[in-house]
Design a protein around this ligand. Structure first.
Ligand SMILES: C[S@@+](CC[C@H](N)C(=O)[O-])C[C@H]1O[C@@H](n2cnc3c(N)ncnc32)[C@H](O)[C@@H]1O
Length: 241
């Protein structure tokens, strides 16, 4: 079971953590869940459809295996130090990698309690129980409840295309990273594939935000975050340090 005392050490002093259930804590009042994925059926549709390997391969032109490789690479980038999985969702792509990570403390943060519960249950199935150095935290990526310079690694898969205010999210990542820390980010971007039209269609009613990689790069540069990247289909894989 997660050790609350360990988690408290990295949390800002003016933030109260509420106990939701074993291994899950929240910065919100109990019963409060502002996450869009907590609407009826939304987390199930996300988990079953949007995380499906055929859907991602056909629609967005990349292989979901890339997530495991990226996550494994970042976890191996240091033998110690805190890891933040920012907007972890249900750990649909990475639970097996985390199940084998025993040396580094990890915070899985998301604004959807339903997806955090699914993620926790995935990890429990693989590991038997949640280790004392793993924490599920219900909180806002735009207002991280952590002290500065805490995480050696921040992994954030597919958050940026879900939020309008990318600059604040990136500022927060930069703030909570240690000086030598590193981050890996993925996000859907426009490409010259046919699926651009589908991306715009989803962006219309606000299901996600359609951006070019250059738009994102402008924000990284503005924040003096020098990044490297590759693009596969509509997915940008971005590394900061
Ligand atoms: C497209 S899903 C990606 C989930 C997971 N990382 C993955 O790749 O499967 C986007 C996630 O961002 C979360 N999210 C959206 N806005 C958020 C915010 N402001 N703070 C924290 N999480 C947020 C959603 O709840 C959802 O789990």
């Amino acid at each position: 079971m997660s050790d609350l005392h360990t988690l408290s050490e990295i949390i800002l002093e003016d933030v109260n953590l509420n106990f939701v259930e074993k291994d899950i804590y929240s910065v919100y009042s109990i019963g409060d869940s502002p996450g869009a994925y907590d609407g009826i059926g939304a987390s199930t549709i996300y988990d079953r459809v949007a995380c499906n390997r055929f859907y991602n391969c056909l629609m967005w032109g990349y292989s979901i295996k890339e997530y495991a490789t990226l996550c494994e690479d970042r976890l191996a980038s240091s033998s110690e130090g805190w890891v933040l999985d920012l907007a972890c969702g249900s750990l649909a792509f990475t639970s097996e990698i985390y199940a084998n990570c025993s040396n580094r403390p990890v915070v899985f943060l998301d604004q959807s309690l339903n997806l955090l519960r699914k993620g926790k249950s995935r990890l429990e199935k693989l590991k038997g129980s949640i280790s004392e150095n793993m924490f599920f935290l219900h909180a806002d990526a735009l207002r991280l409840p952590f002290k500065d310079n805490i995480f050696n690694t921040v992994i954030s898969l597919n958050l940026l295309h879900c939020i309008d205010d990318v600059k604040t999210a990136l500022k927060e990542i930069k703030r909570v990273l240690t000086d030598g820390g590193n981050s890996a980010i993925t996000t859907l971007v426009q490409s010259n594939r046919w699926s651009n039209r589908y991306l715009s269609m989803l962006a219309g009613p606000g299901a996600l935000f359609s951006r070019s990689f250059d738009e994102l790069l402008y924000t990284f540069n503005d924040l003096e975050m020098q990044v490297t990247h590759k693009i596969q289909g509509n997915l940008a894989f971005i590394k900061y340090r």
